[in-house]
Design a protein around this ligand. Structure first.
Ligand SMILES: [Fe+2]
Ligand SMILES: [Fe+2]
Length: 271
C-alpha cells in the first residue's frame, strides 16, 4: 500500500484562529517520542534477529513512526515558530535512553514483546483519535486522522505476528495479561511527560511526579468513552479476552471510570 507523505497534507489550510495552545504543547511532546521510533525499530530487529520477515516489517513500521515525528514536528513549528526541535530533542534523548544493545526482550518472551507493542499501538491509535476529535484546526485534524489510521494498522501488524508467536511459545492468557497491564501501567511513566517537559519553558528542574501529572492533566480530559472503548477493546483482544462479552465490557467500564477519576483528580494541576 502506498503510504502518505508530508506533501499530502494540505498545509495551506492551517487556521491559527482555531489553534489551541494546550494542544501545541502536546504535539511537541508527541513529535519527539515518535522520532524515537527508529531506536525502537533497532531494538526490535535485535531481539527478533532470527525472524527476517518480522524484522523487515519492523523496519517499515519504524519508518512510519519517524514520519509521524516529522509531520508532527512540522506542525509544531508552524504553530509555534519559536519551537527549537533539535535542542528539545537532544535534551529528550540524553535523558531517555532505550536498551538498544538488548539481545532478549525486556518482556521476557517474544510473544510478550508483541503483546506490549499491541498495547502501545492501542494507546497511540486512541490517543490520536482523541486529539483528532478535540481539535477544530483543520490541518491538525487531518494529521491526527492519518496518524491514527496508521496506528490502527500497526496494531494489526503486531497482533498478527503475536498470534504466530503465541502458538509457538504457548504464552498463557495470564502471562499476556501481566505484560499488557504492566505496559499499561508504564503508559503513565515518564517518556511522554519527559518529552513534554523538554519542549516546554518549564523553569523548574525535572520532577517525574510533577511532570507526569502535568502532562496527564492535559491529555486525559480529551478522551471520550468511544476512544477508550475501542482502545481498551484492542488491549483486551491482545490478552485474549473478548471485549464484547460480559467480562470484557465490565473491564472497559472500569477503565473508563478510572480514566475519568484520574482526569478529575488532575483537573486543578497547572500545565
Ligand atoms: Fe506513531
Ligand atoms: Fe504506531
Amino acid at each position: 500500500m502506498e503510504h502518505w507523505t508530508l506533501d499530502d497534507i494540505a498545509w495551506e489550510r492551517f487556521d491559527r484562529s482555531k489553534l489551541d495552545p494546550k494542544l501545541v504543547n502536546i504535539v511537541k511532546a508527541a513529535c519527539m517520542v515518535e522520532h524515537h521510533g527508529g531506536d525502537y525499530g533497532s531494538y526490535l530487529c535485535s531481539i527478533f534477529r532470527d525472524d527476517p520477515e518480522f524484522c523487515e516489517a519492523a523496519v517499515s513500521w519504524a519508518e512510519e513512526e519517524i514520519q509521524h515525528g516529522k509531520v508532527l514536528r512540522r506542525y509544531a513549528e508552524l504553530a509555534d515558530p519559536d519551537f527549537d526541535f533539535d535542542e528539545s530533542f537532544s535534551r529528550f534523548v540524553r535523558g531517555h535512553q532505550l536498551p538498544l544493545d538488548a539481545k532478549e526482550s525486556v518482556r521476557g518472551s517474544l510473544c510478550g514483546e508483541l503483546v506490549a507493542r499491541c498495547i502501545v499501538e492501542s494507546g497511540t491509535s486512541s490517543y490520536y483519535s482523541a486529539l483528532r476529535d478535540a481539535t477544530d484546526e483543520p490541518v491538525f485534524k487531518e494529521i491526527c486522522r492519518r496518524v491514527a489510521a496508521d496506528e490502527f494498522r500497526h496494531y494489526k501488524l503486531f497482533y498478527t505476528h503475536m498470534k504466530r508467536y503465541r502458538e509457538r511459545e504457548k504464552l498463557s492468557k495470564w502471562s499476556r495479561a501481566r505484560v499488557a497491564f504492566g505496559r499499561l501501567a508504564e503508559s503513565s511513566d515518564d517518556e511522554l511527560a519527559y518529552a513534554y517537559y523538554c519542549s516546554s519553558d518549564d523553569p523548574l528542574p525535572y520532577d517525574r511526579r510533577r511532570c507526569v501529572r502535568a502532562y496527564a492533566g492535559q491529555t486525559l480530559p480529551l478522551y471520550r468513552f468511544g476512544h477508550v472503548e475501542r482502545g481498551f477493546g484492542m488491549v483486551l483482544k491482545a490478552i485474549g479476552i473478548e471485549p464484547q462479552r460480559w467480562f470484557g465490557r465490565r473491564l472497559t467500564k472500569l477503565a473508563w471510570w478510572f480514566l475519568r477519576y484520574r482526569a478529575r483528580q488532575l483537573a486543578h494541576i497547572p500545565a
